[in-house]
Design a protein around this ligand. Structure first.
Ligand SMILES: *Cc1c(COP(=O)(O)O)cnc(C)c1O
Length: 332
């Protein structure tokens, strides 16, 4: 068995599948008639919006915590797991830890609104409110790792996280074995890298298309530069795609470089139209990050005629104000 530097293999993805069975959902792959007609192709939607936490990140978080229990025993995790995400990753860690009987601490800055704090507490995690920024919250995470022996569960840059997200690729290959293309939203690269590792091992001809934001896309800039670089964060409808890839990235940068075939950037207006299209025609409420695949098809006229194409609808964590903003941006 071969395993490259990034540490993600088909075997590690099958192990992830065994660990997450019964904890994260095996989600449906459904054909969209409206989109299939519009693009003269068979457009399939992978509904990660149906995960119990509303996004795919539950796969990676569950796999990592379960693998650490397997390898080192429960006692090694006695101090609990910790992270600082306010979004889908924080929810996933809180939920996965509670299901696996491990304590979780989520560090949030004092700027995070009270409703988000309550939502994370309701998933069984302890919330620590520290500092006035995400950076300060991360500082607290580091302190808890070093002083209290807590275990960090990172949002993307770990072979166990990417392998967990890669279970989506196994499901795609089972439900649509002759898939021509997968289109995936790309930020830190755990999602695209994991799916790519599975799909390329099983059917190398299937094309893997990544979609990034047009501004503040750290993976895009890093691939251009040939090494991880920092970017300034920009507000976007697809807020789950924001953030850096880590200047000391050790897994996902190399993995994405290996498995991705083509890469597009999408505008905010295209994301807005895609969100409203999915709501209006498919009755699917998705967050901006989950709509970028459709946005790329529409904005770049990617040639898909006659092909079987899967779009990963990665999550549904959208605030009503954000949906209103998307609607007003496209006048619908
Ligand atoms: C995290 C996230 C992504 C991007 O995943 P990466 O592994 O960081 O590339 C896409 N969509 C949603 C909904 C997410 O939460």
């Amino acid at each position: 068995m071969t395993q490259s530097e990034h540490g993600v293999s088909l075997a590690s993805i099958y192990q992830a599948r065994r660990r997450i069975a019964g904890q994260a959902a095996r989600t449906p792959l459904v054909c969209s008639r409206a989109l299939s007609e519009r693009f003269d192709a068979e457009i399939l939607l992978k509904l990660e919006t149906q995960q119990p936490t509303g996004a795919f990140k539950l796969r990676g978080a569950t796999n990592m915590i379960a693998a650490l229990i397997e390898r080192h025993g429960r006692d090694a995790l006695e101090a609990g797991v910790v992270t600082a995400s306010t979004g889908n990753h924080g929810r996933a860690v809180a939920f996965a830890a509670s299901r696996l009987g491990i304590a979780a601490t989520i560090c949030l800055s004092r700027l995070v609104p009270a409703n988000k704090v309550v939502a994370i507490e309701a998933l069984g995690a302890e919330v620590r409110r520290v500092g006035e920024s995400q950076d300060e919250a991360f500082g607290e995470v580091e302190r808890l790792v070093h002083e209290r022996g807590m275990t960090l569960i990172p949002p993307f840059d770990d072979p166990l996280i990417a392998a967990g997200q890669g279970t989506i690729g196994l499901e795609l290959m089972e439900d649509a074995p002759d898939l021509d293309r997968v289109i995936v939203g790309l930020s830190g690269g755990g999602l695209l890298g994991g799916i790519g590792a599975a799909v390329k091992a099983i059917r190398p001809e299937t094309r893997l298309t990544g979609v990034s934001l047009s501004h503040g896309a750290a993976m895009w800039e890093s691939l251009q530069a040939g090494r991880p670089v920092a970017v300034e964060e920009v507000e976007s409808l697809a807020d789950s795609l924001g953030g850096g890839i880590g200047l000391d990235n050790r897994c996902t940068f190399g993995l994405v470089r290996e498995v991705m075939d083509d890469h597009y950037q999408v505008s905010e207006v295209a994301i807005a139209h895609a969100m409203v299209d999915l709501l209006e025609h498919e009755k699917l409420l998705v967050e901006g990050a989950a709509a970028v695949g459709l946005a790329a098809l529409a904005e770049h006229g990617i040639e898909v005629r006659g092909q079987r194409v899967a779009l990963i609808l990665s999550g549904n964590g959208v605030a009503l104000e954000t949906l209103d903003r998307a609607r007003s941006m496209c006048g619908r």
